[in-house]
Ligand binder design. Structure first.
Ligand code: ATP
Ligand code: MG
Length: 419
């Protein structure tokens, strides 16, 4: 008899840790059972700086999520990863002389994908190998070659690598709560799960999840991820610039940004004035809202240029038809979409978590795209066996390459440095 299945996602952001527990019923219906959102600690630019602090934040987030649902249902969590230690590359792997093979089987493709495993250094670990296209006897763009007759099959895969120690720390931060990690998932892939439509993925779209410490960029082409990168700049940089410009502490600047910040000062009324509250003995001050928004605009334009640079590195000269989708907490800043459109051209929209009936209002915000997306990723990829245990490499990482696979033109795109 079919049973309910439970999924848990932990998004360890630079600003907040969000744990979400959900149940998928026998009819396939998804219900969010609990959410735990707590301020993050011990994280810097998507990377763990203090394991003890990170463990405390994750624990309190998981406890909050479980408050009303009991402890039995949380196991095997999907955890997001980000940070400039992440790199990506696209590989090609070929098998030929298939004369003795009747037709192309799922097993053959599995082996082919496993042999796409790149040569990694001892300090690196593979986070994802995602098949993005097949070529059968020279015919490219084959979506699913299973069942076709062919003498030669080639698979192209998008490979995401991370620093082994950093990934191990992420696992350690979660497993300290006596909960095992089922899989680590690139945060931008998770965000794409819930923000991009099928059409956007097909047409090609650039997605940027702009959080507190990082901007996670992923580019889709023909339905699949094609390029991913992490820019170590996020909303905290806007706040820091504002705190310097307004000569206020960070927490005052953060409050000002959230209350009055605008990405396009020219859209703000000329006579709009705001009050900088008194702090640490300083008297309150009145400033023009336009003046307050200027440093935000300057930093955002800088960030948009970096996104453009990543597009260029991916080989794109112009925006794909699906344009640019902005998500993450920072995308909520008024005027962000308009500024992106003006600076970059091409269609721009703000991405919200979508496609889940009954998603609590609290989670219907760009800041929760990665967290909600982790759940959907888990549901889609539940069959995958990716044993992440402290100190162990993945099974795939240890597998020898099969002799009968001919190496194709590896590293079609040069390894892409991020940052
Ligand atoms: N309404 C808003 N207007 C402007 N900025 C906002 C708004 N809401 C959140 N932010 C900013 O978004 C950032 C936090 O975003 P988010 O919660 O997506 O980050 P995170 O996932 O914790 O961090 P990261 O993904 O970088 O590790 C902060 O800089 C915050 O100031
Ligand atoms: Mg985030």
């Amino acid at each position: 008899m079919a049973r309910d299945t439970f999924y848990t996602a932990v998004d360890m952001g630079t600003n907040k840790v969000a744990s979400i527990v959900a149940r998928v019923g026998t009819e396939g219906e998804l219900k969010i059972l609990g959410t735990g959102i707590v301020p993050s600690q011990g994280m810097h630019k998507g990377r763990i700086e203090s394991i003890e602090e990170a463990q405390v934040a994750v624990r309190s987030s998981l406890e909050e999520a479980q408050r009303y649902i009991g402890h039995g249902v949380v196991a095997g969590v999907y955890v997001g990863v980000s940070g400039t230690h992440i790199t990506c590359l696209n590989t090609k792997e070929t098998v030929d002389h298939l004369a003795d093979v009747d037709d192309i089987s799922t097993q053959l493709l599995d082996k082919l994908i496993q042999s796409s495993f790149p040569q990694v250094t001892r300090t690196q670990e593979v986070v994802h190998i995602i098949p993005i296209g097949y070529d059968v006897d020279g015919m490219s763009g084959v979506r699913n070659p299973v069942g076709l007759h062919g003498r030669q099959v080639q698979v192209e895969a998008h490979v995401v690598l991370g620093d082994a120690a950093t990934l191990k720390n992420t696992v350690k931060a979660v497993e300290a709560s006596r909960i095992s990690v089922k899989s680590l998932v690139l945060q931008s892939l998770a965000s794409a799960e819930v923000t991009l439509t099928g059409d956007e993925r097909e047409m090609g779209t650039v997605l940027a999840d702009i959080g507190g410490g990082t901007t996670d960029v992923i580019i889709y082409r023909q339905g699949n991820p094609w390029y991913s990168a992490i820019i170590p700049v996020g909303g905290d940089h806007l706040t820091r610039d504002l705190s310097v410009a307004m000569r206020t502490p960070f927490y005052v600047a953060e409050e000002m940004k959230l209350k009055w910040g605008h990405a396009m000062p020219e859209m703000v009324k000329v006579d709009d004035e705001v009050v900088i509250p008194s702090f640490e003995g300083q008297p309150r001050r009145i400033v023009q809202r336009r003046e307050l928004s200027e440093p935000l605009e300057a930093r955002i334009v800088e960030l948009l240029k970096q996104i453009l640079l990543k597009m260029r590195q991916a080989g794109l000269r112009q925006f794909p038809a699906g344009g640019l989708v902005l998500t993450g907490g920072c995308a909520e800043l008024p005027g962000f979409r308009e500024l992106a459109q003006k600076t970059l051209g091409g269609p721009v929209r703000i991405g919200y978590p979508r496609g889940i009936a009954g998603l609590p209002t609290q989670l219907q915000k760009p800041a929760y795209s990665a967290g909600v997306g982790l759940l959907l990723w888990g549901i889609k990829h539940q069959g995958e066996k990716r044993p992440y245990r402290n100190g162990e490499r993945t099974l795939w990482g240890n597998k020898p390459l099969m002799r009968w696979f001919k190496r194709g033109s590896k590293n079609k795109k040069a390894k892409v440095e991020v940052g």
